[in-house]
Ligand binder design. Structure first.
Ligand code: ATP
Length: 320
């Protein structure tokens, strides 16, 4: 490929923005800055949005056909582009196009992942070479879940959930995700939690899980999601779906089931494709929308990114 052609191709990139699930989530207390002190295990899955990024002469625009996704400066992907362009002292602008597949306001981190994808892609397209470390402060400013998507895979999230520690052992599993089709606002769920929050510095399920994992016998059963009760109070019509989905997934052989983040998505983990397929059949038979995919490890997450950047002729700055 000639230099001129490579340059032309770098002006437009299409990159995947993967969803996450929370394998466990503990709310430890309210911080002085108004955020919650969390402890969670994040896991990326293959379900993803597509984010197209095209360099323009000036300004930021965003197009997205999903009715619940804003196409203005309140979109997290738009804000990510703006922040990065400003940070780089770049006068050019950007046209963004989002193809949403991740359920919106479903606790799967869609907006945050789109934002991280824009940071990563623009870093490469503009040849800034900031990498995950250099992008981290920008990501943190955009939202508590954004930094995680700079890494992906199985990772521990501490503080606001934005202090990320990738784990050595990466989970490999089939995932079945139930789209409850009912958005749940994270802020509303946290407000409910605050009403009954007692400081729980000694809560230790995630600590125990990570330690048991190092022994080679991960105890998924001990993981809990502290947001589940408040989420189901916030959206009582979800309770029935969750109860039914959990029962059907366990019947099909799930080794773990949970609400993701503050909901409304609910998921199950399976050792093999056969049981996961059976779960999807049972759920669909019961009128519940379900998707099957796999977990995405730290390594696979990084490799898919490298591929996306390379295909477009941009130089990856991803591997530092
Ligand atoms: P959060 O925990 O941040 O609420 P979530 O995974 O539950 O995340 P998202 O799909 O990220 O939910 O959307 C939350 C809200 O953010 C939506 O209601 C939507 O109005 C707004 N939003 C802003 N940017 C985006 C985006 N790129 N994709 C989806 N929603 C977005």
């Amino acid at each position: 490929m000639g230099a001129a052609m490579r340059k032309a191709r770098q002006r437009r990139l299409v990159v995947p923005a993967y969803a996450k699930v929370n394998l466990g989530l503990e709310v430890l207390g309210l911080r002085e800055d108004g955020y919650h002190e969390l402890r969670t295990l994040f896991q990326t899955v293959e379900l993803h949005d597509d984010v197209a990024i095209e360099l323009r002469t000036s300004g930021v625009t965003l197009a997205c056909a999903h009715p619940a996704v804003p196409c203005d400066a309140s979109n997290l992907a738009w804000r990510a582009a703006e922040q990065l362009l400003r940070h780089a002292g770049e006068r050019r602008g950007v046209a963004l196009t989002l193809v949403k597949r991740i359920p919106v306001a479903g606790g799967l981190g869609g907006g945050s992942s789109d934002a991280a994808a824009v940071l990563r892609a623009l870093d490469a397209m503009l040849g800034l070479r900031l990498g995950a470390t250099g992008l981290y402060p920008l990501a943190r400013r955009l939202g508590a879940d954004v930094p995680y998507f700079l890494f992906g895979g199985t990772a521990l999230g501490l503080a606001r959930g934005d202090e990320i520690y990738p784990l050595r052992r990466q989970l490999e599993a089939q995932v079945v995700i139930v789209d409850a089709g009912r958005p749940v606002a994270t802020s509303a769920v946290f407000r409910r939690i605050d009403a009954g929050l007692t400081p729980r510095e000694n809560s230790s399920t995630i600590y125990r899980f990570v330690s048991s994992d190092l022994d080679g016998s991960p105890g998924y059963q001990i993981l809990t999601n502290d947001l589940e009760r408040a989420a189901l109070e916030e959206a009582p019509e979800l309770a029935g779906v969750v109860r039914r989905a959990r029962a059907l997934m366990l019947r099909a052989g799930a080794f773990f089931t949970s609400l993701s983040g503050s909901g409304s998505s609910f998921y199950g983990l399976f050792d093999d494709a056969h049981s996961a397929r059976k779960a999807v059949d049972l759920l669909r038979g019961a009128g519940v929308t379900a998707h099957r995919c796999r977990t995405l490890s730290l390594d696979r997450y990084r490799r898919t990114w490298e591929r996306a950047l390379r295909t477009a002729g941009a130089r990856p700055t991803w591997t530092q």
